[in-house]
Design a protein around this ligand. Structure first.
Ligand code: NDP
Ligand code: 8X3
Length: 250
């Protein structure tokens, strides 16, 4: 069995690759940080005796996505599970003060990157006659919150694409699942606040957030249901979070 996980150099993607490897999958890991990919690949091979392929590219660049997918050796092309995870939030502020470059980074990564990956890999799955696409959305794709405007819009787009893919993949027997996490403590907030680790830490102050491993568990659970079962959509939050705006803090 083979799983390809985008954005596996940190957070949810990394924990997901680890869990699939632990369960005997051979793993294709992707990301822009080459050194992290190589270190993680050595760790997975040594810990779980699985094969690992690293693909170092930026999901925003169609030519890089195509070159990476074209470089996948034939015996790695039987991909069972694709986890469309690479994504980010950049900045948090009112629309009228929006930084265009931040908007473009989010739109290009979360929507266009996910589309480029899907466009290049879905035909392979169709050709193989099997596959499962897991799209990582967010609670921000189900609701909007103050100052979240463009990030929320990108994740609403992921939610729409998840539903649309399920229809398009139906005749081909390919499963499509959306996983929509609430607060997960990863590098997400450090990226959102452009390296301000103090501000990032405050996001989770006084509450117990989800861990990347919690989301990995959910992804693996969805991917390991029997052949006739498809998990369409999962919203997962910490117990202290009711929705995008209501949380209890100590
Ligand atoms: P992290 O910042 O910890 O990890 C993000 C991953 O995405 C990294 O491996 C990064 O790799 C990769 N990535 C980002 N941009 C690109 C790019 N242009 N090309 C290739 N890879 C890229 O964040 P999370 O693990 O938390 O986020 C994973 C997903 O989960 C995202 O889609 C996020 O929106 C979503 N999510 C996160 C939540 C949270 O609270 N943490 C909640 C809901 C959803 P590299 O930098 O090496 O390229
Ligand atoms: C990440 C969760 O609430 O910061 O998608 O948007 S949130």
């Amino acid at each position: 069995m083979i799983a390809l996980i985008t954005g596996a150099t940190a957070g949810i993607g990394k924990a997901t690759a680890e869990l699939f490897a632990k369960n005997g999958y051979n793993i294709i890991i992707t990301g822009r940080r080459k050194e992290r990919l190589e270190e993680f690949s050595s760790h997975l091979k040594a810990s779980y005796k699985v094969d690992v392929l690293t693909l170092n590219f930026d999901v925003r660049k169609l030519s890089e996505v195509e070159a990476a997918v074209n470089s996948i050796p034939a015996d790695w092309k039987k991909i069972n599970v694709l986890v469309n995870n690479a994504g980010l939030a950049v900045g948090l502020g009112p629309i009228q003060e929006g930084i265009i470059d931040d908007w473009e980074r989010m739109i290009d990564t979360n929507i266009k990157g996910l589309l480029y990956i899907t466009r290049t890999l879905a035909p392979l799955m169709i050709q193989n006659g099997f596959g499962h696409i897991v799209n990582i959305g967010s609670i921000a794709g189900k609701e909007v919150y103050a100052n979240g405007n463009v990030y929320c819009a990108t994740k609403h787009a992921v939610d729409a694409l998840n539903k649309a893919m399920r229809i398009d993949m139906l005749p081909h027997g390919i499963k499509v699942t959306g996983i929509h996490p609430g607060m997960v403590e990863t590098e997400f907030s450090i990226v959102r606040y452009k390296g301000d680790e103090e501000r990032a830490k405050n996001v989770y102050k006084g509450l117990q957030p989800l861990t990347a491993e919690d989301i990995a568990d959910t992804i693996y659970w969805a991917a390991s249901r029997p052949a006739h079962v498809n998990i369409s959509d999962v919203i997962i939050t910490p117990t202290v979070q009711a929705n995008a705006t209501n949380t209890i803090r100590k």
